[in-house]
Structure formats: C-alpha cells, structure tokens
Write a protein that binds this ligand. Structure first.
Ligand code: KIV
Length: 275
C-alpha cells in the first residue's frame, strides 16, 4: 500500500513504528521498496556515501534532483522524501519554496526535508502552504557541522535540551508532518516524542522514537570512512562485494570467466566464410 503523510499520522496514533532508509539510486530504491520500508530518504548524505565529500555542504540542487528522480522511479509504495541541500532554503522563504517545488516537479518527491528549528519555521510554513509536505530535522544537523565544530551529540545541557523541545514544537506548529531527531540523548528524544503529535524519526536517538532511519551503506557495512556509534550493521554487504570483485579479477585473469554459457553462438558456415 502506498505510504503517505496520512500513513505517518496514523502510525503515531496507533503506536506503530515507522521505517525509513536512505537510497540514492533506482536499484537500491526498488529493493528497499519491495522490503516494505515506509519511506525512502534521498539524504544529502549522498555527499558522503555517493560523492565522497567530507561533509554535505557541497551537495547541490542538481545532485538531489538527479538522485531523487532515480529513487522515485524505483519506489512504488515508499514515501520518497528528498533532502533540501545546504543554501537551498536558508537564504530566503522564496528560495525555499522554489527549490522545494523543483524537488517535487523534477525529483518527483512526495515530501522534502530541511534542517533547523524555529529559524526555518517561515520556510516550513511557506513550503507546506504550497502543498509540499515537510519533514523537519533537529539535533545534529550535518549542514551546520562547521557551527557545531564536529559531529557531536546534541541537547545534552538543560538549555540545549529545552531549545530542542521548543524547536520540535515550533516545526510542528509550522506544519512539518514528521521530525528527524539525530544524535540526541534517548531520554530527551522520548520527551520530544511525547510532547509533539507528529512522528519523531530517530537516528542515534534511542528506540522510543516513533520511527527509525539509517543510511543504507552504514547498515549494510558498505561505508568505512566513519561509523557512528548509533549504527547497527544488519549485514556485511561490503565484504561480500569486495570478495565478489576479487573473484571476478581472478576469473578474468585465469580465463575462467566468461565461460561457454556466457557466450553468444553463430552458425559455423557463417564463420567459415569469414576465414
Ligand atoms: O542525509 C541524510 O541521510 C539524513 C539522515 C542521516 C537522517 O539526513
């Protein structure tokens, strides 16, 4: 069944956990979709895991549209959420609406996600008023990595924890239909989850959140540049891939591959005429 913002709302009301994974291409999106995951996030984490950047700062609207459209073609039932990249919405409410519109029209997103709390509420309000569903993102917001001074757990002091709760209420009030909580203490995430009516989607925020999200390369062991504490490896696909690549090299070098069954035939009399 097609997942929509209504699925998210009803899941919270019924106490059913929501599942979200990232994807950046058609084939992976199709597999995730077929596995029954509620939502696919085309995260700007593609800067790290697909494009090999150190952070998400350099990711462009064109990157997000290109990968978002591929994912949308592969996702039949999952709700596709596309991240708004750095500086596509911070600059003005006008830019935010225009760029969110592009992610819908060209990337075929079902919703967009943007980072920040009270400071981006005018943008959330305007985007939702344009008929585009918005997921908010609080806690460790990677686009602000330079302001945070590194990847650190957020909301640990009383002041920071209060601000996080207020921000969650503010983004809900502004119209966000869900909020991602990244790298925040589990007990704080639990409090936020109780304080807002919209679903909280945790990543490094404990298991009381209304749903969970992970970067698929992390959960499959395909990305080794850094692995946050909150990642659980559900399979070692990276090792399987590497072994297969090594095997391929060996078989090509020894002539074992391609074998007879991988060849195309031609009639002998045709070949004989060519000699
Ligand atoms: O870009 C991304 O993948 C994200 C998740 C980590 C939530 O924003």
């Amino acid at each position: 069944m097609k997942n929509t913002v209504v699925t998210f709302r009803e899941a919270k009301q019924k106490g059913e956990k929501l599942t979200m994974l990232t994807a950046y291409d058609y084939s992976t999106a199709k597999l995730i979709d077929e596995a029954g995951v509620n939502s696919i996030l085309v995260g700007d984490s593609l800067g790290n895991v697909i494009l090999g950047y150190e952070d998400t700062i350099s990711v462009t609207m064109e990157d997000m549209i290109h990968h978002g459209a591929a994912v949308s073609r592969g996702a039949k039932n999952a709700l596709v959420v596309i991240d708004m990249p750095f500086m596509s919405y911070q600059t003005s409410v006008y830019d935010a609406v225009v760029n969110a519109g592009r992610l819908m029209k060209e990337g075929r997103a079902g919703a967009v996600k943007l980072e920040g709390g009270a400071e981006v509420c005018p943008q959330i309000q305007a985007i939702t008023a344009a008929g585009i569903p918005v997921v908010a993102h609080l806690g460790l917001t990677p686009q602000s990595i330079n302001a945070f001074g590194g990847f650190k757990v957020q909301g640990k002091s009383e002041e920071a924890a209060r601000k996080l709760i207020e921000d969650a209420k503010a983004v809900e009030e502004a119209g966000a239909f869900a909020v991602v909580l990244e790298c925040v203490p589990a007990k704080l995430a639990e409090l936020v989850t109780k304080e807002v009516q919209i679903p909280t989607i945790g990543i490094g925020a404990g298991n009381v959140c209304d749903g969970q999200v992970l970067v698929y390369q992390d959960m499959l062991g395909m990305f080794s540049d850094f692995t946050p504490k909150f990642v659980k490896r559900f399979a070692n696909v990276g090792e399987v891939m590497k072994a297969a690549f090594e095997n391929y090299c060996k078989e090509v070098q020894t002539g074992e591959f391609p074998a007879k069954e991988h060849e195309y035939a031609i009639a002998d009399d045709v070949i004989e005429k060519l000699y």
